[in-house]
Design a protein around this ligand. Structure first.
Ligand SMILES: Cc1ncc(COP(=O)(O)O)c(C=O)c1O
Length: 438
């Protein structure tokens, strides 16, 4: 088992992350437990900044908070100098409560409510990424009535179908996100922004999907977007000062995935951008990218405790853990695959094929199917790797399971950054109407 980040095996054959023994973390904080490796989050941030600034004159890296956002995470992102992409009032409020600089916030989303738009304008977010015609009208009216001049990017669906799971493709024509290039949808949007006194047109945004390792899709998107920028310059005489190519940078989960360094993305993407700029004789815009998964995915590990083991001879051996699709819905949602190990017995031993299943009342609640691990006993601790992105942020209370705690580890210190929910938390918002109390 190849370890990554600050992981190591200590003298007791226990998995250690950020200098903290996983068996101690389980004792101190309970299971299931999300463990976030602070050093690796910071290295991932720096790797992205370094890789893109090396090959392009003006860049801004925007962390996509949807992957994993808490107030402590906002602090890390702020201290690394990244900007922040938020997609809801809740994410915006998290950033605001953490004291994140609002001028570095980008507000996305395909159905921003009037309340969310008001909130964004009151907080003074740096930029709103407009997604559709009715939102554009609402934003223009609200900004005018508040006497605000709001910077905007126009989100374009660039007509690129990235090679990834259908549920995480977003740049194709038939997408719920953005204005299509097709039939001048995006062109009319830019024209409308330029005609507004309350909106300042900064540039263009696109996002083609998630968990992409085929870089050519990003390159095609960049070329299409700059072709569109050339048309805006010629026909509307407006500069595109910002080109935001979104996120979607794929990471290594299992041996089916390619291991990608930030340079594997930055070099081809910036080459395509530079070629297109030369072709269209355009001034270089500021280039932005919005990695989410790449910043936190491999920095997260989920620790579970094994309960029962059920062997159906010649069929399948199920190992049940104390979490499942409520803390990690990705396998059930889009057959996402992971690696795992026995965190309290990292010694090399003969393996057997098992299926790691969660405790939720759904047959689809399988975390890892057909993995090879040494024989597992009840009470063992299983560490599932690379769960930092879209696990905590997608967690639910299905089956009224309290959400797990999140702990940030660094240099032998473990800090709780999200408390474990209690049963009281689970019923906190329940109300029994008077007429049912009798
Ligand atoms: C607009 C936008 N930007 C960035 C991201 C982050 O994607 P990833 O976490 O795959 O990098 C997403 C994810 O869906 C997105 O919709």
């Amino acid at each position: 088992m190849k370890l990554h980040g600050t992981m190591r095996i200590n003298s007791q054959s226990h998995l250690e992350i950020g200098g903290c023994d996983c068996t101690e973390l389980a004792k101190d904080f309970g299971t299931p437990l999300y463990i976030m490796d602070e050093q690796l989050i910071r290295e991932n941030c720096r790797g992205f900044v370094r890789a893109f600034s090396r090959c392009y004159p003006s860049i801004e890296i925007v962390y996509a908070g949807k992957a994993f956002l808490t107030t402590a995470m906002a602090k890390i992102i702020e201290s690394e100098g990244l900007s922040l992409d938020v997609v809801s009032g809740g994410e915006l409020y998290t950033a605001y409560s953490a004291g994140f600089p609002m001028d570095r916030v980008y507000f996305h989303g395909n159905n921003k409510t009037p309340e969310e738009i008001n909130m964004a304008l009151e907080y003074g977010v740096g930029c709103i990424v407009v997604d559709n015609p009715s939102e554009l009208e609402m934003l223009d009216n609200t900004a005018s009535s508040m006497g605000v001049r709001q910077k905007v990017l126009v989100r374009v669906s660039p007509g690129v179908a990235a090679n990834t799971h259908q549920y995480i493709q977003t740049g194709q024509l038939d997408s719920k996100f953005g204005f299509p290039l097709y039939r001048d949808g995006a062109f009319r949007a830019v024209k409308r922004v330029l005609a507004s006194k309350a909106l300042a047109f900064e540039g263009l945004h696109c996002h083609i999907g998630s968990q992409i390792t085929d870089v050519s899709a990003f390159c095609t998107a960049a070329e299409n977007m700059l072709g569109f920028a050339a048309r805006i310059r010629t026909e509307l005489e407006a500069p595109v000062n910002v080109l935001n190519l979104g996120g979607g940078f794929g990471i290594y989960y299992t041996k089916e995935d390619r291991r990608m360094l930030p340079e594997d993305f930055s070099e081809p993407i910036t080459s395509s951008v530079k070629e297109a700029l030369a072709r269209y004789n355009l001034a270089a815009p500021k280039l932005m990218v919005e990695p989410g998964r790449y910043i936190v995915g491999d920095a997260g590990t989920t620790l579970y405790k094994v309960g029962s083991v059920k062997d159906i001879p010649e069929v399948r051996k199920y190992v049940f853990v104390d979490g499942g699709m409520a803390d990690n819905p990705r396998p059930a949602l889009y057959h996402a695959r992971y690696r795992a190990t026995i965190a309290n017995r990292m010694e090399k031993a003969e393996g057997e094929k098992i299926t790691l299943a969660g405790k939720c009342c759904e047959s689809g609640d399988i975390l890892l199917r057909d993995i090879i691990l040494p024989e597992i006993k009840s009470g063992d601790l299983i560490a599932v790797f690379s769960t930092g992105a879209y696990n905590y942020s997608m967690a639910s209370n299905y089956n009224r399971l309290p959400k797990p705690a999140v702990v940030l580890v660094s240099d032998g210190k473990a800090d709780l950054i999200v408390k474990r929910e209690s049963y009281q938390d689970v019923i906190r918002n329940d109300i029994i109407p008077e007429r049912l109390k009798k």
